[in-house]
Design a protein around this ligand. Structure first.
Ligand SMILES: [Zn+2]
Length: 132
């Protein structure tokens, strides 16, 4: 088994690189379209697929913009640079330091599962049971 790397990148950065990848894939398809312009239907398919990728990446970029407004700006405790976090757990954009907004999760191992709806429901249920 390959060595497992426990490096978490910030969600905004992840989505951003995903969108960038989409643009490249889109242009690769369009380039394929230019190369195959002798076969009209093939060129059309390449162009349409490429265009869809580019449009989709624009949507993703727009989505990042929306998310960024919702993200909580904080100063990273380990590198002291300003960063933004999404959800209950996220990683610092600069030093990949795992961060949490939830006091209950402090000191716990960083896990993406803390952001899932299922986990939140479970936590709520447990909290209710505890009160009884
Ligand atoms: Zn940091």
């Amino acid at each position: 088994m390959a060595q497992q790397q426990l490096v978490y990148s910030s969600k905004i950065n992840k989505i951003r690189s995903f969108a960038l990848l989409q643009v490249f894939i889109g242009f690769a398809f369009m380039y394929g379209g230019i190369l195959s312009k002798k076969i009209e239907w093939l060129m059309a398919i390449f162009m349409i697929v490429g265009l869809l990728f580019v449009i989709f990446s624009c949507v993703v970029y727009f989505w990042i913009g929306m998310l960024s407004t919702k993200a909580v700006p904080i100063v990273c405790p380990s590198c002291e640079k300003p960063t933004k976090m999404l959800g209950r757990v996220d990683a610092c954009m600069h030093c990949k330091q795992p961060l949490t907004l939830d006091k209950d999760l402090e000191g716990k191992e960083f896990d993406e599962k803390y952001n899932t709806r299922k986990y939140r429901k479970e936590a709520k249920r447990k909290a209710k049971e505890y009160k009884k």
